[in-house]
Design a protein around this ligand. Structure first.
Ligand code: FMN
Length: 179
């Protein structure tokens, strides 16, 4: 009989992305693959369909969003951004990092990522790393930054309070593959 080995002690890592032309999704997938290879419990979610009722139960969030229009989120994620602006959720138990994709040729460079980073912090979440703004053509350094951040999330399991919170949130339920 084979017994599945799951890391119950770990804080599950939720990787959220918002994209229009696929770059943020590609990066998010690469980050999820790396985290899985490290044995982490990972959930990969498109903000277009993310269930916001889950947000307060998250513990570690890595968010990757591009910017479109004139400093706006991708069309598919506008509802999520609006929800965040209006939400009074307390995210003090959450750690997060934001990668913002953009094009410095636009006035509002990485506007959506800046907005997301600002809002998560205002809701009480703790920044695991400063926001990383990525200009077009910077995909290689972007991947390197993501690898560093994924390692930090997975290897630094935080305080005992963080550990307890991770178990409460249901490490098993957050294992990769859960819808
Ligand atoms: C129509 C359009 C509008 C854009 N507007 C902005 C903008 O206002 N600010 C910015 O930093 N980047 C802007 N961008 C650049 C994208 O954010 C960038 O190309 C990004 O890598 C796209 O990622 P995605 O494929 O995940 O959507 C725009 C791109 C397009 C095509």
């Amino acid at each position: 009989m084979s017994i599945p080995v799951l890391n119950l002690a770990a804080r599950p890592l939720t990787i959220l992305f918002a994209t229009e032309t696929g770059h943020a999704a590609d990066l998010a997938e690469a980050a999820a693959t790396l985290a899985l290879s490290m044995g982490a419990a990972v959930r990969l979610r498109d903000l277009a369909t993310y269930n916001t009722a889950k947000l307060a139960g998250e513990r570690d969030i890595l968010a990757i969003t591009s910017t479109h229009g004139e400093g706006d989120p991708p069309e598919s994620a506008i509802d999520f951004f609006d929800f965040l602006d209006e939400s009074e959720l307390d995210l003090h138990e959450v750690r997060f990092a934001v990668m913002a994709l953009g094009d410095s040729g636009y006035d509002e460079f990485c506007g959506a990522g800046k907005r997301l980073d600002r809002r998560l912090a205002a809701m009480g979440a703790a920044r695991l790393a400063p926001r990383r703004d990525v200009d077009v053509g910077e995909m290689k350094p972007a991947r390197e930054w993501l690898a560093t951040i994924v390692r930090r999330f997975v290897e630094d399991q935080g305080s005992p309070r963080g550990l307890a919170a991770g178990i409460e949130a249901g490490g098993l339920a957050h294992a990769a593959g859960e819808p």
